[in-house]
Write a new protein. Structure first.
Length: 348
């Protein structure tokens, strides 16, 4: 018998068997043939499709008793999976593998995840996880999906799928689940009508397609300019408000969107807008100096004498405190400085 397989496949005879036909001098001839094909590199899902071959089975080639039979052989079990999947904590995550099959093949899929503590592979639990198998498409491809209902820190690990199909077992390549991360820089308290800078460092699958800075209390949004953001992770984004007002204070966060459609919202950062108290006039023979008060948003105005020959007249009125939440001083009377004289100077 001859088994030409086209295009480019191989057919190997594994066994033959002859059985007598009762009440006849004829026989039943059975031959088991294995079809195979060299593996191909699949770089994206669009390249994956079931391989289909035609074969011709010829018995007693060239003899008067020659018999020819032809048919189709499907080579199944090729797989594709993205090496990385990105998600956000607290949100639903889908991890998928794709494999080729035939309409008549029976198959099952078992999903496993690697323990973040022991590195051992275990089947995913049923609680909080679900699995989906798609219908076979016109390219002979089926998708197997594991859905994580609410992604947790412990879910950020590696996954793989073991597929049993037509009596064989195939294991997918490992799929790494990553979580988008962001660190938002603190915004120090700023005075009204001054500038305020908001910035964040984002770790994600690609350069964001859009980043919006959102004022939580008012819902106002500002589109962040990404022109100078690098093309590789981590991504540094920032936005500057040239002038802020009391209405600007409150909580802000960045809403990040990637080209894949994945969205991520950062933690909030608080902007505290301070009111500056009105300027005070210098007392006689003195200068005024502003000094920040540690661990508060307030500052004090302190009297310093303009010359070493002067001294503060009233130590209790040497400074006043500006409450930046109201823009008012606790008092406004400031002591002047007086010249000191030696007794000999007075006698003369």
């Amino acid at each position: 018998a001859e088994w030409p397989l086209r295009p480019g496949g191989a057919a190997i005879s594994k066994s033959t068997k002859e059985d007598s036909i009762p009440q006849s001098d004829g026989i039943t001839f059975t031959e088991v043939v294995t079809f195979s094909s060299s593996a191909t590199t699949i770089s994206n899902i669009d390249e994956l499709s079931r391989k289909e071959y035609t074969y011709t089975y010829t018995i007693n080639s060239g003899l008067p008793s020659q018999l020819i039979s032809s048919g189709t052989a499907f080579l199944i079990g090729e797989m594709f999976a993205d090496g990385e999947v990105w998600s956000t904590l607290g949100e639903r995550t889908k991890i998928m593998v794709y494999f080729t099959a035939s309409e008549t093949a029976t198959f099952s899929v078992d999903w496993q995840q690697k323990s973040t503590s022991s590195n051992e592979w275990t089947n995913i639990p049923s609680d909080g996880y679900s699995t989906i198998l798609s219908e076979i498409n016109d390219k002979g491809v089926i998708s197997a999906t594991v859905v994580i209902d609410k992604t947790k820190i412990s879910d950020i690990t590696d996954y793989k799928a073991e597929i049993s199909i037509a009596g064989f077992k195939e294991t997918s390549s490992e799929i790494k689940l990553n979580a988008v991360e962001a660190t938002v820089a603190d915004v120090g308290p700023v005075f009204e009508k001054a500038a305020a800078t908001f910035s964040a460092t984002i770790k994600g699958p690609s350069k964001p397609s859009s980043v919006v800075l959102v004022h939580q209390e008012s819902g106002k949004e500002v589109l962040v300019d990404l022109t100078r953001v690098s093309a590789s992770s981590p991504f540094e984004v920032s936005h500057v408000f040239d002038t802020v007002y009391m209405s600007s204070q409150g909580n802000y966060f960045f809403r990040v969107t990637f080209a894949s459609g994945l969205e991520f919202q950062t933690n909030t950062v608080e902007l505290d807008v301070k009111l500056r108290c009105r300027p005070l006039s210098d007392p006689p023979n003195a200068r005024l100096m502003e000094v920040e008060i540690t661990d508060t948003n307030n500052y004090k105005v302190v009297v310093t004498c303009s010359d070493a020959s002067f001294v503060v007249m009233d130590e209790s009125s040497k400074e006043v405190i500006c409450d930046t939440s109201t823009g008012k001083y606790d008092k406004t009377d400031l002591t002047p400085c007086l010249r000191t004289y030696e007794p000999s100077d007075i006698e003369n």
